[in-house]
Every structure is written in C-alpha cells, then in structure tokens.
Design a binder for this molecule. Structure first.
Ligand code: DX5
Ligand code: ZN
Length: 222
C-alpha cells in the first residue's frame, strides 16, 4: 500500500453503494477501477437512522483484498466497539465528535494500536468542536450530507469549515487529510477540492456509474 499525504488526491468509493451479495467482487471492481481507499460506513441504527454492517463484514473485505480500509463509524459508542474494528483490519478509523465518548481517549487508543485516527463533524457541527483534537488526528472528515444514507445531495454550505480546517492545519504545522463524504461526484468534487479537501468519499457516483474507472478518474482530477 502506498502511503498518502494530504497533498495527494484520494478517492474512496463507499461500499454502502455496492451490491452486498458480492462484497468481495465489488471491492475488487473498485480497486481495478482505480480506488485509492475503500470507505466502509458502519451504522448502528442509533447514532444514525440506518443499519449497515459491522466488524465481520470489514474482516471479510480485509481477507479478500489488500486495500487501505477507511472505516467511518456512525455509532453512538465508538469507544466500546473500537478494538473489534481494529482487529477486523481497519487502516484508519474515523469517529464522530458528536458521539458519546471521550474523544481524545478514543483517538489515542486508535493510534496506540497502530491504526490511523480520524475525526468526523456533521454538517451542523462547527469546526470549533473538533479544534481541541486536531493534533491527535490523521484525518478530518467534514460531512457534506447528514449521515445515514447514500445518494443524498451535497451541502455546499459546509465548505467554509474545510477552508478553516486547511488554514488551521497550516497555522499549526499539522498534516491531517481533509476528507469529504456525501453527494460527491465529478461536479461537486471540484467545489470541495477548491475549499481544500484532498480525500473524496463517493458511493453512488462510483459504484452506480456506467464506467467506474472514468468516474473515479474524473473525481480525482477535480
Ligand atoms: C453517508 C455515508 C456516506 C455515503 C455516501 O451517511 O457516510 O459515506 O455512503 O454516499 P453517496 O456518495 O452516495 O452520497
Ligand atoms: Zn461515510
């Protein structure tokens, strides 16, 4: 696996938009189409109004393919389940600042296990909520939809937070990726890239595209 920095463009297709009856093949299809990371959306039916999959499915993806696993935990108690997601083979685990846990402690435990740590803010959450933790993270995920479902429309009003996060990164000499998630396609990715995002999660616009490789390439070239 090639290590990536925040100056690299990363496209992470979300498995949520894949055919769940063929998860291994769908992951291979994304990798062959040029995916840099696979984005795995874990939903507990409590933190968000949807239930997706858990550590067993992530372990299955990990067993079938050698790809960087970008795991997004939309669960109320990430601290309680953390070890199970680490053991499943996650390379990066992102937790929501809005969830019920000691955020600093969860990030520390993640990094101590040799896994990259990400922090997520919802569209309604100001960047100031994430600010105290910026020196503890490898990735900041700025949600561009209200999490829970694929196929929603991109919220451009979240872009100022990306600009602020990029400015703070430079000011503080940090190096976290800035990732966007929700409604990302070849039309919206350039808007997020211009604001300062370098990692692009894309579900519907990649897995459901007639030509997945072309879709991934046009998002990367945004
Ligand atoms: C939203 C998830 C996203 C979702 C994106 O709750 O966190 O990762 O899969 O799907 P699209 O790209 O279809 O908006
Ligand atoms: Zn996600």
């Amino acid at each position: 696996m090639i290590p990536r920095t925040y100056t690299d463009r990363i496209v992470a297709p979300s498995l949520l938009a894949a055919d769940f009856s063929r998860i291994g093949e769908e992951t291979s299809r994304a990798i062959n189409a040029g995916a840099d990371w696979m984005h795995l959306d874990v939903m507990d039916g409590h933190f968000v109004d949807n239930i997706s999959f858990g550590p067993a499915v992530i372990a299955a993806v990990h067993a079938t393919n050698d790809v960087f696993l970008d795991v997004h935990l939309m669960i109320s108690r990430p601290d309680h389940y953390l070890e199970r997601f680490i053991e499943a083979g996650s390379d990066l685990i992102s937790v929501h600042v809005e969830a019920t846990h000691d955020v600093s402690e969860t990030l520390k435990r993640t990094r101590d296990a040799g896994v990259q740590a990400g922090l997520v803010i919802n569209p309604a959450t100001p960047l100031s909520e994430a600010e105290p933790y910026l020196d503890q993270i490898d990735l900041l995920l700025v949600m561009t939809v209200v999490p829970g479902f694929g196929g929603q429309s991109f919220m451009a009003e979240t872009m100022p937070k990306i600009e602020q996060a990029a400015a703070l990164r430079a000011e503080r000499g940090l190096s976290y990726h800035i990732e966007v998630d929700g409604g990302i396609d070849p039309k919206t990715a350039p808007i997020a890239a211009k604001a300062g995002a370098n990692a692009f999660v894309a579900g519907s616009s990649t897995f459901k595209a007639p030509d997945m490789a072309a879709a991934i390439q046009s998002i990367r070239e945004a």
